[in-house]
Design a protein around this ligand. Structure first.
Ligand code: DGJ
Length: 743
């Protein structure tokens, strides 16, 4: 259903009314019909419909979100929900689109404000709307005071992903304090079998998929850390007991915000489900002077009736076509080499040149010098913040290495961590006031570093200047932008006490501005978002960075599980994965070079091994697999991903399939954890192929079981499947299927 031409429908924005309900004219064309007595807004896109209305009190109330309704279907006008007893006020059980805290609301508010006279009651009512192209804007206002809210709804025609956000504006004559603000509240009707899925983790263990039953009460996922975080990622999915990987309903959403965030999932007293996503109210407070406004981040929500696989495929497509730099045609990820695991801080001109020559010999396209090239940076204890080339390590500056790398046919990239400073650095000695801190209090260090206060104009100007000079001074085409600690003592002493907590928003807004300006000045520069691995992966940073560092855990087996969780929410187009040394530094696991390659080839391929330790055979294997990767990477990065067999929960085997958009190529990766009890290998049934086309099967690595045909129809591969010959521990195989030209 999702993404197919047959079901793709025009975005429809209709404001329709009538006491007897609403009839949608066939064809569902973009446009608006208005009935002053009873109002319904309906948005259609991909395979879904989203509808809400204005109830008799003038409040905005959800009506429907799910599988696409028929063009002629009627939606009833919005009516406040009655509780099951008179002690339950309707406001506590009505599914609001964007509720203010006030009037007896006891579920999660979307907006909570304080007025100078101590009033904390906010009752938002509909005042108007406009349709602007793909966007629907709805205006709300407090019943008494000039607090205005503008809601934006943008439904993507192809995928049905709905981007929702809000802006609150203070038009009163004095300040107001915003204590809580969401982008949106999404509602689903009562059911006793909802499941909530979310991604949790830690350093070296990001993107672990968790699923739990939704029960009465509230549950939230969040970051209080000033950054997106490893511990929790701002994505959730709601499904039913019967939903599986490829069937059943999934409602999902992800917040595009790289600071502290919260998604609250709550079942009210009558079983209605509310998911409210926005700024984390933890330590949040944002003062708005008269005339000022505050915008929320964007909450992106989608629906699929094709299980978690269908949900992630439409979300990946949306990211490729609407979010990533260069969308709708994001550039393919080059094969990169990164020095980190090979040389750590011990980088120098001769050593990096030698690595670059070896990297070029296997087909690497981008050579990246990681941490250690600048200032007095010989360990993580000093030098951070001093973005000048270390002349002991690079006596002639970075120029000779960059030229050498370019002459070898590769792009050159550098690691930076602009938002941080070691106290033992020239920058901190000159500007101890530039870090986030509370005066006279401890400045807690993590990884021996402090966080620069990007809310400050002077800090941002300094960073823009040094980064601009760095990128301009040499042919630097890529930055790995790292962020290696979370916040502590979140003070901003230069701001007025009542305005200091603006830090949570101002820091991230300025980070986005800094990245955008740097990109504007250097249009061919590409950037990777890294935060000690996958600590800053979200749709906010993704608009400004081509790729992300998925995890510092480069063990190829652990990575299968991390990648399985990652792709629930995020596209393989951005997911970097490296082939590193064996035993792996995180867990001492020993795996073959082929296994490491096949694990990493499911995303943007990188090599992070110490090539000085490789033998001729390793180079020959790597060269062949890099060459193979270049032939399949468009399918892997930009195709449709099917997680055929999940590696979660210690599964004995796993498999993924990527199918190109035109269905002419498919790539199958299969992994065996360990052979047990001489158990038989199951057939792996493929998905997403053209059943009528004939595909030739070719092994990239490993082999299919004897008797597997060399070519067969898509129907055959999807019906009968492929049996992969795998025996032993940590074994892997990969195949490419190419559709044959019809003669
Ligand atoms: C953390 C990153 O995730 C690593 O890849 C590496 O760049 C180090 N920082 C460098 O300090």
């Amino acid at each position: 259903m999702t993404g197919t031409n047959e079901t793709r429908r025009k975005v429809f924005l209709g404001l329709m009314g009538g006491a007897a309900g609403l009839a949608f004219a066939g064809g569902a064309k973009a446009g608006a019909l208005v009935d002053d007595s009873s109002k319904v807004f309906r948005l259609d896109g991909g395979g879904s419909t989203y509808a809400f209305g204005v109830n008799a009190e003038g409040q905005l109330q959800s009506l429907y979100w799910g599988a696409a309704l028929g063009a002629g279907d009627k939606l009833p006008a919005a009516v406040m929900v009655e509780g099951n007893s008179s002690n339950e006020v309707p406001i506590a059980v009505t599914p609001y689109e964007f509720a203010g805290f006030g009037g007896g609301l006891t579920t999660e508010p979307a907006l909570k404000v304080r007025f100078p006279d101590g009033v904390r009651d906010l009752d938002l009512r509909y005042t108007g709307h406009q349709v602007r192209g793909e966007k629907l804007l709805v205006q709300l206002k407090d019943v008494k005071r000039a607090v205005h809210v503008a809601l934006t709804y943008a439904m993507d025609e192809a995928t049905g992903i709905l981007a929702r956000s809000a802006v609150v504006e203070n038009r009163t004559g004095s300040w107001i304090q915003v204590d809580q603000m969401a982008a949106a509240c999404l509602n689903l009707p009562y059911s006793d079998d909802y499941q909530l899925s979310f991604l949790s983790g830690r350093w070296a263990g990001e993107f672990m998929l968790q699923t739990r039953a939704v029960t009465p009460g509230a549950f939230f996922v969040e970051s209080r850390k000033g950054v997106t975080s490893h511990q929790s990622n701002p994505w959730i999915a709601l499904s039913r007991n019967t939903t599986g990987e490829e069937s059943g309903p999934v409602w999902f959403g992800a917040l595009g915000w790289s600071g502290s965030w919260r998604i609250n999932v709550e079942m009210d007293a009558m079983g209605g489900l509310h998911a409210t996503a926005g700024y984390n109210p933890f330590d949040f407070s944002y003062r708005l002077k008269p005339g000022e406004s505050l915008a929320s981040p964007v909450f992106y929500a989608g629906f699929s009736n094709e299980g978690f696989g269908g949900a992630s495929r439409i979300f990946h497509r949306y990211q490729r076509e609407k979010i990533l730099p260069n969308a709708p045609a994001p550039r393919l990820r080059p094969v990169l080499y990164n020095s980190w695991e090979a040389t750590f801080f011990d980088v120098d001109e001769a050593g990096q040149m030698a690595l670059a020559e070896k990297a070029a010999s296997i087909g690497v396209e981008r050579f990246v010098v990681d941490d250690g090239w600048f200032g007095a940076r010989n360990s993580d204890k000093q030098g951070l913040g001093d973005w000048v080339v270390n002349r002991k390590k690079f006596p002639n500056g970075m120029g000779p290495l960059v030229k050498h790398v370019n002459a070898l046919g590769m792009q050159f990239g550098l690691w930076v961590e602009p938002e941080m400073v070691n106290p033992d650095s020239d920058l901190y000695r000159a500007h101890p006031d530039w870090v986030i801190n509370f005066p006279g209090r401890q400045r807690s260090e993590a990884r021996n570093q402090l966080v620069l206060n990007l809310a400050r104009k002077d800090v941002c100007e300094h960073l823009l200047k040094v980064l601009d000079e760095l990128v301009s001074s040499n042919n630097i085409e890529y930055l790995k932008w790292d962020h290696n600690r979370t916040w502590s003592e979140p003070g901003w002493p230069e701001a007025a006490p009542d305005e200091q907590q603006r830090l949570y928003v101002a820091y991230v807004d300025n980070l986005y501005r800094l990245l955008a300006e740097l990109r504007r000045r250097h249009p061919k520069l590409e950037i990777e978002s890294c935060a000690s691995g996958g600590g800053r992966v979200d749709l906010g940073i993704m608009k400004l960075t081509e790729q992300v560092w998925t995890s510092d855990n480069t063990d190829p087996y652990d990575r299968l599980v991390i990648q399985d969780g990652f792709t629930q929410a995020y596209a393989p187009a951005i997911m970097m994965a490296w082939v590193t040394d064996s035993p792996n530094f995180v867990n001492k696991r020993v795996t073959s070079l082929e296994y490491r390659f096949l694990s990493a080839m499911q995303g943007g391929l990188g090599i992070g091994a110490n090539l000085k330790h490789w033998n001729q055979d390793d180079f020959a294997k790597a060269k062949r697999l890099v060459q193979e990767y270049k032939g399949i990477r468009a399918t892997v990065q930009l195709g449709n991903l099917y997680r055929l067999v999940s590696p979660r929960n210690g599964a004995p085997r796993s498999a993924t399939l990527s199918v190109s958009q035109d269905r002419k190529q498919a790539v199958l990766f299969a992994f065996l954890h360990s052979s047990m009890m001489r158990s038989a290998q199951p057939m792996i049934q493929l998905r997403g192929l053209d059943p009528g086309a004939v595909y030739a099967l070719r092994a990239i690595s490993g082999s299919a079981a004897p008797g597997t045909p060399a070519r067969a129809s898509g129907a055959y591969w999807m019906g009968r499947g492929v049996k992969v010959a795998l025996e032993g521990d940590f074994q892997a195989a990969a195949f490419v299927l190419e559709a044959q030209a019809v003669s």
